[in-house]
Design a protein. Sequence first.
Length: 158
Amino acid sequence: MKGILKNVAGISLAALLLLVVMPFASAARDTGTPTDLKGVWKGTADVYYPDAVKKLDTELNVSEQDGWYFKGTRDWKLLDAPDKPLGYVMEKAVNEASEPYLGVIGFDGKSLTLVENGDWGVMRGALVDGDTMELIYAEPGDHPLVFRMVLKREKAGE
């Protein structure tokens, strides 16, 4: 009987400990106020197409932010594809475009997910610091492509 009571007491103590510790553990993931992402972020990337690799210049404009959510446009231009358009926006072949997107900051306060509004591209990545983000872009479909890029926030006046 004493052995059973010890086991029940041990299990009860462990359950109580979990109830007390768990709220603090989940609170540790709550980062409070999200990083302000508004501004212009610039970078270049090597875009991997099924039959080519091309240089891309990109500018991510974060024009609005509401807490963890943000939106703007991604302006891009292929730098070494003057002869034939390789990019596509809604089935139209182009070598540069301005595409609207929606984004969200993850629960960890650093991870980012962005989706193009009106096209199929998805970007996932993370904030490295307040002025640097790393993103991986993927676009499936008939004209697939992938790339990764490091974007730096432009300082005011640059």
